[in-house]
Design a protein around this ligand. Structure first.
Ligand code: MG
Length: 387
């Protein structure tokens, strides 16, 4: 019996994970689920999977849940807020914690799970971006295992297999390029609807906009740096519009291994859930004769300034990635609400980074949270400057 807790069960990753649990059936037990706003979906999930713990962000939602889940009330507890999420992440019976929340709200629950020495399937990349050094240090100390859910990092993880780190010469992360890679016209007038139409992947809104700005790819370089302990000089990005090759690893002898499949998040999610087991997954079988061609191009740093910003933040380290990630979260929200233009997203990220004159080199959790809050405030005030 594998016992799982899912933080963020109503988003794209969470829903897919529960599909996998439903399909893999009886050997799985869902202990806890959480949602930020989508209480209706959380109620449906709770009725089906019968967890004993739920967590929602607002106390009013907790009342609604308890009212709608009368049949489970005897065995059900409903937690609220960030403390509730931490309690869920620390569930003493959990064999696996899937963190699929969006944004740096996932940081404290991740730290809690790591300190409990849990095995964590990590989809919440922002937590690792804002506090990568701290999390990896704690993971080592508490013998926690982080399993990547992000498709590129799952690919890298699969390619590395049992090779020792000294055999890795280079990591090559692929990027679809997003919906605007071939667009000739200026990106200034891009609408939220256009940015949300990703050519190859179906994902949540925040990551889809990040994929359109290529911020996502820059953040993924930082994520790979922490997860695999590889210096920035040894991580490359290549644009690959077909999204068939999910990333590659070059070894000391020049051999390059890649992981290929149709772009479908069910595969990396399932691999993180069942690792080290490989089980059947209902994704389309890859037929290279049908795919025909696989193309690769260098990334365009001029048209997609978010890429260079993220790499600069990663190299600077300390609280700089924290600040960029937080400012970007705010900027993406403002863009989705029609308050700023698409090209204001990197402008806000750049300006908040510029204002962060003294990034702390080795920040603890409190310092990271303070930098995160500061950057959010700065990004909010910049809305008025750009408008
Ligand atoms: Mg990815």
């Amino acid at each position: 019996m594998k016992k799982i807790v899912i933080l963020g069960s109503t988003g794209s990753i969470g829903v897919n994970a529960l599909d996998i649990v439903r399909r893999l059936g009886r050997s799985w037990q869902v202990l806890g689920l959480s949602a930020q706003n989508n209480t209706d979906r959380l109620i449906e999930q709770a009725l089906e999977f019968k967890p004993s713990l739920l967590c929602v962000s607002q106390p009013e939602s907790a009342k609604k849940l308890l009212g709608s889940l009368k049949p489970l009330n005897g065995s059900l507890r409903v937690l609220t807020g960030p403390e509730g999420l931490e309690e869920l992440a620390a569930h003493p019976q959990a064999d696996l914690v899937l963190s699929a929340v969006v944004g740096s709200v996932g940081l404290k629950p991740l730290v809690t799970a790591v300190k409990k020495g849990k095995t964590i399937a990590l989809a919440n990349k922002e937590a690792l971006i804002v506090a990568g050094d701290l999390i990896m240090k704690l993971a080592k100390r508490h013998r926690a295992t982080l399993l990547p859910v992000d498709s590129e990092h799952s690919a890298i993880f699969q390619c590395i297999g049992s090779e020792p780190k000294k055999h890795i010469r280079r990591i090559i992360i692929t990027a679809s390029g997003g919906p605007f890679y071939k667009r000739q016209a200026s990106l200034e007038s891009v609408t939220a609807e256009e940015a949300l139409a990703h050519p190859t992947w179906k994902m949540g809104k925040k990551i889809t906009v990040d994929s359109a700005t290529l911020m996502n790819k820059g953040l993924e370089v930082i994520e790979a740096h922490h997860l695999f302990g590889v210096p920035y000089d040894q991580i490359d990005i290549v644009i690959h519009p077909q999204s068939i090759v999910h990333s590659l690893v070059e070894f000391t002898d020049g051999a390059v291994l890649a992981q290929l499949s149709h772009p479908d998040m069910r595969l990396p999610i399932q691999y993180a859930l069942t690792y080290p087991e490989r089980l059947a997954c209902p994704i389309k079988t890859l037929d290279l004769k049908e795919v025909g061609k696989l193309e690769f191009y260098p990334p365009d740093f001029n048209r997609f300034p978010c890429l260079a910003l993220a790499l600069a933040a990663g190299r600077k380290g300390g609280t700089m990635p924290t600040v960029l990630s937080a400012a970007n979260e705010v900027a993406v929200g403002l863009f989705l609400n029609g308050r700023i233009s698409f090209t204001d997203i990197p402008a806000i990220g750049e300006e908040v980074m510029r204002r962060h004159r003294k990034p702390s080199a080795n920040p603890g959790l409190d310092e990271i949270l303070a930098a995160d809050a500061w950057a959010r405030g700065q990004a909010q005030t910049l809305e008025k400057v750009t408008a």
